[in-house]
Design a protein around this ligand. Structure first.
Ligand code: GH3
Ligand code: MG
Ligand code: MG
Length: 343
């Protein structure tokens, strides 16, 4: 059977080195993946058509220069291929904060980054791979960098993560985020020997509110309370979450029992001060607070249970008030109660 001489298979047969080289260049040029190649001196030798399209920079502008960074950034900085070429991977985290460096470099190095893309005029989130090419003697002759535009996927992922961590009604962190943060702050307090406080807030007689004013008014009320609590929080490390239904929870790292009491009273007053009108006055909350310097054996559930008990005590004592309790963790002293009335 006659061979079709125009088939690319012919080109894969042993051929003169120049022919093989030119075939390789043609191959990279027409690849749909944006790709550029640096030689061993860091000079751009290939800038394929897909890379021209991705960056908006024609190959003629960068071939023969070290200006490949201009495709991605506004000022000169190393690209991933430069770190690979110059054996500077120890600087990886300085330039690629978005993704940790894998220990396995056998198939090159992977990074992800928001890039400025100056010629396009808008940012792109790029997935970047860089791999070295060696000659028969094991000398590094080139580094190939390939790029993928992941902007849409990254935005979708970030949106999903936001939805998964946020309460839809109030926009506050949800129960899941609260649980994760509590576990984190609990471990930190165990390590540091610092005091961690927790507040549980429950809207008083909220069923009656819904029954008399309707569920949509109830929703609006919860949103207003969420904003009041968020605005009243003092430190960036404090977290207000919607715990569920008409309950909110607050994590106060490095906060003592008296600090927790003050914060609880501030939040209680912040809700009352919003003067959300209901048939028999304004909407109020009861607050249960707990605090601990957790020892190694204690679990965060103990802090939650204690705040819950304090909350029920505040309800029994007449609502619109604060009760706090301290968790006795060995060798700390036994628990104490403090209560503030609303008036
Ligand atoms: P207490 O002072 O003892 O807390 O009384 P309460 O009426 O607030 O407590 P109860 O647990 O009997 O009722 C809670 C109410 O909160 C009932 C429920 O319909 C309402 N609720 C929970 N989640 C939402 C919500 O997302 N929107 C609205 N509008 N109401 C909610
Ligand atoms: Mg409740
Ligand atoms: Mg309630």
């Amino acid at each position: 059977m006659d061979e079709d001489k125009s088939s690319p298979i012919v080109a894969l047969r042993p051929a003169a080195p120049e022919a093989r080289f030119s075939f390789a260049i043609d191959l990279v040029q027409s690849m749909v993946v944006p790709t550029f190649v640096l030689d061993h001196e860091g000079i751009v030798r290939i800038w394929n058509r897909a890379c021209e399209k991705l960056t908006g920079i024609p190959a003629s502008e960068v071939i023969g220069t070290r200006d490949h960074w201009r495709g991605f950034y506004e000022s000169a900085r190393p690209c991933l291929c430069d770190l690979v070429l110059n054996d500077r991977l120890d600087e990886f985290e300085t330039f690629y904060a978005a993704r940790a460096l894998s220990q396995d470099h056998s198939f090159g190095v992977h990074a992800e980054n928001w890039c400025v893309m100056p010629r396009l005029g808008h940012n792109l989130y790029l997935a970047i791979d860089a791999g070295s090419i060696f000659d028969a003697e094991g000398r590094l002759v080139a580094v190939v960098e390939t790029l993928r535009d992941m902007t849409e996927q990254h935005r979708a992922q970030s949106e999903l993560a936001r939805l998964a961590s946020q309460d839809a009604l109030t926009g506050l962190p949800n129960r899941r985020t609260f649980d994760e943060r509590l576990a984190f702050e609990w471990s930190r307090a165990q390590r540091d020997g610092s005091s961690l406080a927790l507040l549980m807030l429950d809207v008083d007689r909220f069923k009656e509110f819904n029954d008399s004013l309707g569920h949509p008014a109830g929703d609006a009320c919860l949103r207003t309370i969420g904003r009041a609590l968020g605005d009243a929080i003092a430190r960036a490390t404090d977290l207000v979450a919607r715990y569920g239904g008409e309950e909110f929870a607050v994590i106060l790292p490095q906060t003592s029992l008296s600090g927790a009491g003050q914060m609880a009273e501030r939040l209680r007053a912040a809700v009352e001060d919003r003067r959300i009108v209901r048939p028999e006055g304004v909407v109020t909350v009861s607050v249960g607070g707990s605090c601990a310097c957790p020892d190694r054996e204690a679990l965060p559930e103990a802090l939650l249970d204690l705040a819950d008990q304090a909350l029920y005590q505040a309800k029994r004592d007449g609502r619109n008030r604060v009760v706090t309790r301290e968790l006795a963790c060995a060798p700390r002293p036994a628990s104490t109660d403090r209560s503030w009335s609303a008036s």
